[in-house]
Write a protein that binds this ligand. Structure first.
Ligand code: MG
Ligand code: MG
Length: 274
């Protein structure tokens, strides 16, 4: 492989298989939460479902106790104009809300990290479209990654797709990241920028790709809980995330139940999972 970038953790194929176990637990937990979202349920109840599911599988929630002040939840639950890092609690979901759920788990020391945005019942068409554009931009980003390419190839593909779909805000203050024995590792994976820059995409690199897209401003504020990030213009936001890696065969999305095979095939991207 030769050239190595400072601070990046490169995993062996066996370690990637271990990361798949953590990734699958995160993916399964998010699907459980997706099916649990309904008007009237509180974000704290969703959090309890997630924690129970992760711990019963022998995993540990990675968000709990993370950072300063220590994050209190197993999930980040961000509703409507909350973009990311929403603290779960008493807030009950209402018909017409959207909730972004971010979840991380550790199994045998390896991390998985993924996020989905879910509508609570019927939402306006422009909100459905925001969710579609954000999720699809994540897949375009993952689909742009090739062995021998550069990290910003992902960034560029995300931005180009979102810009081509309409007038959206793309957060710049928060990025995707390397992941492995820690949840957040180098390199950062911005959701905008020119291609061909940053560290080389090589075997053993695992990245969390996570576009955060709004119907308005890309600027944000932090609420008094020191965690919840809201848009500064109260526009609604969506957030999707997957952890993936590249094998000699193609891309392998470690937090997707099918490894990303279906979505990658739709983009004509080779599937690198097993
Ligand atoms: Mg996450
Ligand atoms: Mg992440």
């Amino acid at each position: 492989m030769g050239f190595r970038e400072r601070g990046i953790e490169y995993k062996t194929p066996e370690q990637i298989v271990s990361m798949r176990v953590a990734g699958l637990l995160v993916g399964q937990t998010l699907e459980l939460l997706r099916s649990s979202v309904r008007a009237g349920i509180s974000t704290g109840e969703l959090d309890a479902i997630a924690e129970d599911n992760i711990r019963s599988a022998g995993g540990t929630p990675s968000f709990k106790g993370y950072g300063q002040p220590p994050f209190p939840g197993t999930i980040c639950a961000s509703v409507n104009d909350e973009v990311v890092h929403g603290v779960p609690g008493d807030r009950a979901l209402c018909e017409g809300d959207i909730i972004s759920i971010d979840c991380g788990a550790i199994v045998d020391g390896w991390h998985g990290d993924a996020a989905i945005t879910v509508a609570v019942g019927e939402v306006p068409d422009e909100v459905t479209e925001l969710m579609r554009v954000t999720e699809q931009s994540m897949w375009r980003g993952i689909g742009a990654a090739r062995l021998g390419g550069k990290v910003s190839d992902i960034s560029h593909a995300i931005e180009a797709y979102v810009r081509g779909q309409g007038d959206y805000g793309i957060l710049e203050d928060f990025t995707g990241h390397g992941i492995g024995t820690e949840m957040h590792q180098p390199p950062n994976v911005p959701n905008y920028g020119k291609p061909g820059r940053g560290p080389k995409l090589v075997r053993g690199l695992a990245l969390a790709v996570e576009p955060m897209v709004t119907l308005g401003s890309k600027e944000t504020e932090v609420l008094e809980d020191d965690w919840t990030i809201v848009t500064d213009d109260a526009s609604w936001a969506a957030h999707y995330e997957h952890t993936f890696t590249l094998t000699p065969d193609g891309a392998w999305v470690l937090t997707a139940l099918d490894g990303g095979e279906e979505q990658l095939a739709a983009l004509g991207v080779p599937f690198g999972g097993r």
